[in-house]
Design a protein around this ligand. Structure first.
Ligand SMILES: *Cc1c(COP(=O)(O)O)cnc(C)c1O
Length: 709
């Protein structure tokens, strides 16, 4: 008997694993079923499929002649998500019985699972995807936030408004983990002297598992249930409790699931309490003392630090540590001095708060920053820690971040790569030779591809502006944002978290000059903005308001746009379709920055301060540099200098190059740079290279395997 809803079931199977999110042919199937609804439901395949009667859906799939495509996609998905054991990647063999446990407070996998706020989360998501692609066994550990991160609206004055809504659990690609009798698994963690229960939810990311802990369940009293409701919400007390749940709860969840990791990778210090739980367990199981347990745990622990901005490191007053973790201290057999000292550089300084980064560094033998420059800055920043302690902590090295190419590459650009980089190029992205084929791409075809992506972006912007909240430029003396955008105008993109050090308004610092750039009769520019400010960051919000106000200023001709509610969807459109990606943090505060890497793969040229990855990636020809990497002690002077350098590179390098055409009207000089950017940067700044670096330099040594690479 044949199943009347066979295709519907296949579609459901496709939506159940986030693998679909980096295989655009699947999104295209959903789009073919109902493009409008697919957009309206924010490309959430589960909500999308749910919105149809099965019979109607089955009929549509047949009518659209989608059966073959669906079956083919499902076959590929089976192949791409099947566990193939150590033989699939012998190099990762030693991790097979004992995988990597990868802890992070946020995971950015797709816009339909909004449990991320920015680059850290997207990086964590990319890490799981790359591990799946490379057959590196990994289990992600994070928190499930029922309300996620806020959705950003704008009020009539252009102020950011934060909306929180509960996600419908049944419309997310996660399932509850249960025991053999079908009862939900429960993990208990003592926080501030009270037991808190966690349910375990699981998302599948290709071959990688992601375990998400959730305390918003009936077993907990109402005041505890909200602890994991919002990402980076609440006060310090909420934050420390979330971190206890993530670290301690994560270790317990893995044990409960029978997973015995060979490596614990702490991605940022939020999860560092995990190491204390690991020590306590070792002490109990092996009858060893704390110091021996610490050494064993440190051998297995990899710590990645993500910011040189002091405020970016969680610090807690000792009393808060005692309140939240009192019983753990007893299990570790430590007195207050020793316990507080784990988070301090100066053990006996009572005024020094407990720093999660310090804890993570003391508890791991491998610590890294996320770019060459960030490694160096981190070594300076934490020098005090090495001098004080014996044995000295391992020095901080670096593994530069890379982006998951399949998640950000426009399908049209991918077609070009498929034709020029040779079969199987996606499995060899880390090798320079793989990218040599870029040279053979026809200039005209590359430009056409870029122009199509740009047109698609401008269309997307027009639709978003038409539906986004106020201000819409309806008032007297205002103009509709985006009404002056043009296909042939040099387009800059700037989108990321609105943290102050990223200086979203640097290009506006000389407003008269900016207006002249916008209105230049020969070579005008236009700029697209997006980004959220943390709800408690008044300065970031003021920046947003300043920019939003400008978008309706008639003097700017509708050529400045702010897209509300930045997410991975907006990010993809922007980094695929602008001409130049702008990045102007106050050096050296951007540890890496990854959005510019996403742009490179799509033929978008990066224009950046020499900070983060750009300080090592820029070679004079593969994009543009703002200034020469100067660091001035006075931030105001630094901003002034960098603004001047930004205007200069725009007017003296970028605009003349963009408008240089050959006898056939082709922007050959510009296109050569696009190609050189892909060729010179592609092999280094992808997540596959990053994954192999972690595997060879951090994971294999942590399990005592010798490395070959
Ligand atoms: C890539 C990405 C980021 C990181 O941007 P940076 O420029 O590195 O700060 C932030 N948010 C989203 C949604 C992204 O996709």
């Amino acid at each position: 008997m044949s199943d009347p809803f066979e295709l519907v079931n296949d579609l459901r199977a496709l939506s159940a694993n986030l693998w679909w999110s980096w295989h655009p042919e699947i999104g295209e199937i959903f789009q073919a079923l109902d493009a409008e609804r697919w957009q309206a439901l924010r490309q959430n395949p589960i909500a999308f499929l749910d919105s149809f009667e099965p019979a109607e859906l089955e009929q549509r799939a047949h009518q659209g002649a989608l059966a073959t495509r669906i079956e083919q996609a499902l076959r590929r998905q089976h192949e791409g998500t099947r566990q193939r054991g150590p033989r699939a990647n012998p190099e990762a063999g030693p991790l097979h019985p004992r995988p990597v446990a990868y802890f992070c407070a946020e995971f950015g996998l797709h816009e339909s699972l909004p449990i991320y706020s920015g680059g850290l989360g997207v990086l964590a998501g990319d890490h799981l995807k790359a591990a799946s692609d490379c057959h590196v066994p990994i289990v992600g550990v994070g928190l499930f936030y029922a309300e996620g991160y806020f959705e950003q609206g704008l009020d009539a004055r252009g102020r950011q408004v934060e909306h929180y809504g509960r996600h419908r659990l049944d419309q997310l690609p996660i399932r509850q983990l249960c025991d053999a009798d079908g009862a939900p698994l429960v993990v208990e963690v003592e926080v501030a002297g009270r037991p808190i229960c966690l349910h375990l939810r699981e998302a599948m990311v290709g071959r990688s598992r992601l375990i998400l802990l959730d305390c918003d369940i009936e077993l907990n009293p109402p005041e505890d249930r909200r602890l994991t409701t919002q990402l980076y919400g609440g006060d310090q007390r909420t934050r420390i409790r979330q971190e206890v749940l993530l670290g301690v709860g994560g270790v317990r969840a893995l044990a409960q699931l029978g997973i015995r990791p060979g490596v614990f990778h702490l991605n940022e210090g939020h999860s560092a309490f995990a190491t204390l739980e690991l020590c306590a367990r070792q002490m109990q199981e092996e009858g060893i003392d704390f110091e021996e347990a610490r050494q064993r745990v440190a051998r297995q622990t990899v710590f990645t630090t993500h910011t040189p901005v002091p405020a970016g490191h969680d610090r807690f007053a000792p009393e808060m540590i005692d309140e939240a973790l009192g019983s753990l201290r007893e299990r570790l057999g430590l007195d207050l001095r020793a316990f507080h000292g784990l988070g301090r550089i100066h053990l006996d300084d009572p005024d020094e708060p407990f720093c999660m980064t310090v804890l993570a560094m003391k508890m791991s033998d491998f610590t890294n920053g996320v770019s060459h420059l960030h490694g160096r800055v981190s070594r300076q920043m934490w020098a005090g820690l090495y001098q004080q302690h014996s044995p000295p902590a391992a020095p901080i090295g670096h593994i530069t971040n890379g982006v998951h190419v399949a998640s950000v590459l426009a399908p049209r650009m991918r077609d070009l790569f498929d034709r020029h980089l040779g079969p199987g190029w996606t499995a060899r992205m880390d090798r320079p030779e793989t990218w040599e084929g870029i040279a053979g791409i026809d200039e005209g075809e590359l430009w056409e591809t870029h122009q199509i992506l740009k047109a698609r972006l401008l269309d997307f912007v027009a639709r978003r502006v038409a539906t986004q909240e106020a201000p819409r430029g309806q008032e007297a003396g205002q103009i509709l944002p985006g009404s002056g955008l043009g296909q042939e105008v040099l387009t800059l993109g700037f989108a990321r978290r609105f943290a102050t050090y990223k200086r979203a308004d640097l290009i506006l610092s000389d407003l008269a000059r900016f207006k002249r750039l916008i209105h230049d009769s020969q070579h005008p520019i236009q700029i697209l903005y997006a980004g959220k400010a943390h709800p408690a960051d008044e300065q970031g919000k003021a920046l947003i308001q300043k920019i939003v106000e400008l978008t309706t200023d008639p003097d700017l001709g509708g050529r400045v746009v702010f897209l509300a509610n930045y997410d991975m969807d907006i990010a993809r459109h922007l980094i695929q379709g602008v001409d130049v990606w702008l990045n102007n943090p106050r050096r050296p505060q951007e540890a890496c920055g990854t959005s510019g890497q996403k742009a490179v793969f799509n033929g978008v040229l990066n224009c950046s301060v020499l900070d983060g990855w750009w300080a090592e990636g820029y070679d004079g020809q593969n994009g543009f540099a703002i200034g020469q990497g100067a660091e001035l002690p006075d931030p105001a002077r630094q901003d002034e200098l960098d603004a001047r350098e930004l205007y200069r590179v725009l007017q003296e390098s970028i605009l003349p190059l963009y408008h240089q055409v050959d006898a056939h009207g082709l922007r050959r000089a510009w296109i050569s740079r696009m190609k050189w950017a892909m060729l010179s940067l592609g092999w280094r700044y992808n997540a596959q290279r990053m994954m192999l670096d972690y595997l060879r330099r951090a994971y294999l040594p942590a399990v005592g395997a010798t490395t070959s690479g």
